[in-house]
Design a protein around this ligand. Structure first.
Ligand code: LMR
Length: 345
């Protein structure tokens, strides 16, 4: 009897532990079962996906797509909850939350990983990538893969690159020539490379979380910022910015990240569904990002709310020359091999 009672207790305890695991788990653990059969439609494994852009941005739509695919492939035994617009965590907090196991998926812009590896600032090196194809080749090739795997000893698993697009500048003040940047102050995402880029232009820089940027522009804490057409559109920066310079000088590319320990402990069948869903969502995201960025460009050009300045070849050359100093200052920090590799693509 006593033995039977003990076994019953042990069984009850495992059920309790499994139920706790279904809540997403802390410290990176939380999904420790041999197979996913312990999870049911009624008691699913919950995965939290936190991000900072709107639900209708490419990142937002792809996160929703991932949730849909996971539900389909696991027959509802996994529920992905998506939290857009910094609802759950902002820029810096989301990285800490992922490491602590409070969320299981985030997709920060590569620049924001500078604290883990300064080479992620490759996306900020001025006028580096020739075109969209070079960017894709970079992230899908050895250099991109090496960068992602450098996060593993931080308990972070890089899953995919989702893109947003090339950056343009906006400001309330004129920005048609490098000289006009002089004395202005710009919002940056993170890192010293972006700071140096603005310094080269004679401008100041302040790191401000994405979720606080609209207000910072509105209140004049900063004069301008740099971002993709789609982020400018979905954040409604045209309401608080007068000028836009089509410079395409840098990139916003996302690294989709999960907690490495949590991922490695996923039941095999669920991890298979997770990997397949990520591959499909990535394909969807990349196609969508190109379309949506173009859609936002057309919309913003058409609205007439901002003065859009297209950079001619001669003026582009001036910006390239002024920003060249970023290379002498940061080639070693970012890595000469990575810079040269990206340039050749
Ligand atoms: C920004 O901070 O400007 C972007 O990285 C936001 C985003 O996730 O696209």
């Amino acid at each position: 009897m006593k033995k039977g009672w003990k076994m019953l207790m042990a069984g009850g305890l495992s059920i309790l532990l499994l139920a706790a695991a279904g809540c997403g788990g802390g410290g990176g653990g939380g999904a420790k079962t041999q197979d996913g059969s312990a999870y049911t439609k009624e008691k699913p494994l919950t995965i939290k996906f936190s991000h900072v852009t709107t639900a209708d941005s490419p990142k937002g739509k792809a996160a929703d797509k991932f949730a849909e695919l996971m539900a389909e492939k696991t027959d509802g035994r996994v529920k992905v909850e998506v939290y857009p617009s910094s609802q759950l965590y902002g820029d810096k907090d989301e990285l800490e939350a992922l490491q602590a196991g409070n969320v299981q998926l985030i997709a920060p812009s590569a620049t924001k990983l500078v604290g883990f590896n300064p080479a992620f600032q490759i996306v900020d090196m001025p006028f580096l990538f020739k075109n969209h194809d070079s960017v894709i080749k970079f992230w899908d090739g050895d250099l991109g893969k090496k960068l992602m795997s450098s996060l593993e000893d931080k308990n972070l698993q890089g899953l995919a690159m989702w893109e947003n697009g090339f950056k343009v500048f906006t400001s309330n003040k004129p920005i048609g020539t490098p000289e006009e940047f002089n004395g202005q102050k710009f919002r940056t995402q993170a890192g010293k490379v972006l700071e140096a880029q603005f310094k080269a232009l004679g401008a100041g820089a302040a790191t401000i979380p994405f979720g606080e940027t609209y207000t910072a522009l509105q209140q004049g804490t900063v004069d301008g910022q740099e971002n993709t057409w789609n982020n400018i559109d979905t954040q409604k920066y045209e309401e608080v910015q007068k000028n836009l310079l089509v410079s395409n000088h840098g990139r916003i590319d996302y690294i989709v990240l999960t907690n490495k320990k949590w991922y490695s402990e996923l039941p095999e069948d669920i991890r298979k569904a997770f990997d397949e869903s990520m591959t499909e969502a990535t394909k969807y995201e990349r196609e969508l990002a190109v379309q949506l960025d173009k859609g936002s460009e057309d919309k913003l050009r058409g609205s007439g709310k901002m003065k859009v300045i297209d950079l001619g070849d001669a003026d582009r050359e001036k910006f390239v020359n002024v920003m060249e100093s970023v290379y002498s200052e940061f080639a070693e920090t970012v890595g000469k091999d990575i810079i040269d590799g990206a340039r050749q693509l």
